[in-house]
Every structure is written in C-alpha cells, then in structure tokens.
Design a protein around this ligand. Structure first.
Ligand code: FMN
Length: 169
C-alpha cells in the first residue's frame, strides 16, 4: 500500500472546524513529528506556539479575520528565529525553507491523526508579532489552525500536470 501517497492525497486545506477539542495524545504526536523535521545544517531555527487559550485565540483571530478560521479549537504559530538560521556563502538564508518543512510535517501528521489543518500565511504579521510580544529576531511565518473538520471531505486536487513540472536531462 502506498501509505505516504494516500496520506498526501488525504491532506487538504480544511476551512471548517467542529468545536471538539484535540486530544492531548494527538497534540503530542504532532509535536514529535514537527520536532524531528530536517533543517539546513540542523540549525532548527524555529519555535512553535500552540495556542488554545481564549485570549490567545482572539489575538490570532484579529490577525486573520475569516469566519472559518475562528472556528478552530487550536492554532499553531510557526516562527522563524533569524539568529539561528543557516545562511549560505552567497547570502541566501534558509530559515523559511526549514520552517516550511516543519509546518508540512505538522499538516501531514494532523491528517494522519484524522485532523484538519490549513496553512495560513496571509495574516497581519506585524500585528501578530506585537500581540505575542515576540523578540525582534523572531518572525511568524505561518499560522496553522488545527481541529476536527466540521464536514470532512477531501476536495479534488487542482495541480499542474506531471509533464509540466518534471523534466529529465
Ligand atoms: C505557504 C502557504 C500559504 C498559504 N496561505 C493560506 C492562507 O493564508 N489562507 C488560506 O485559506 N489558505 C492558505 N494556503 C492554502 C493553499 O491555498 C492551499 O494549500 C492550496 O490551494 C492547495 O489546496 P490544498 O491544500 O487543499 O491541497 C496556503 C498554503 C501555503 C503552502
């Protein structure tokens, strides 16, 4: 059985959550999947805030105002710690790549645990930075709402065709 391909097919951007809380064991499992993510030079230049408090949730909702987003019982703020990221000799910083890998581990782990998730990057980053009193060198990269889908249904995947994205030389 192609387990990874099945999992990837079943992960989708969930934009509707029930108010059922996420079990502690599932949160712990997801955290371990995030913790084991690879990163450039193994710098692990990241921090993940798991937000469940009413106050914290309201702060997040004020940074990304969508009715479906407000439904989630749990959020993860994935941040890049700039002072820890690896920068190649030509100046290319790799922290965003590292955080992105960890966030996708999170989303795939959530899908495997029967949970919905959604990458959210279109938020007010300056506001979020201030509301969570982040240090200057920390940059919030993504917010991931997590929870049980209100209406679990994997929508059809809209993707470029294989012949348009792969080449061989
Ligand atoms: C880096 C990144 C940023 C995204 N930001 C948002 C966002 O701010 N709001 C949103 O609703 N979806 C966001 N998405 C979800 C994409 O719209 C979604 O992944 C894409 O349309 C493919 O759909 P699928 O995830 O259901 O397969 C983001 C996805 C990625 C990878």
């Amino acid at each position: 059985m192609e387990k990874l391909l099945d999992l990837i097919r079943n992960r989708y951007s969930c934009r509707g959550y029930s108010d059922k809380a996420v079990e502690a064991e599932k949160v712990a499992y997801i955290k371990e999947c995030v913790r084991l993510s690879p990163s450039a030079v193994n710098r692990q230049p990241w921090h993940f805030r798991f937000v469940v408090s009413k106050e914290g949730r309201e702060k997040l909702q004020s940074c990304y105002s969508r009715p479906w987003f407000a439904e989630a019982p749990l959020y993860v703020i994935a941040s890049l710690l700039h002072e820890e990221e690896w920068v190649r000799a030509d100046g290319k910083a790799h922290g965003n790549i590292d955080v992105a890998i960890a966030v996708e581990h999170l989303c795939l782990a959530a899908a495997e645990q029967g949970l919905g998730s959604c990458w959210v990057c279109n938020f007010d980053a300056d506001r979020l930075h201030a509301l969570f009193a982040m240090p200057e060198t920390e940059e919030p990269v993504a917010i991931v709402p997590l929870g049980y889908a209100r209406d679990p249904q994997v929508p059809p995947k809209s993707r470029k065709a294989a012949e348009d994205i792969f080449s061989e030389e």
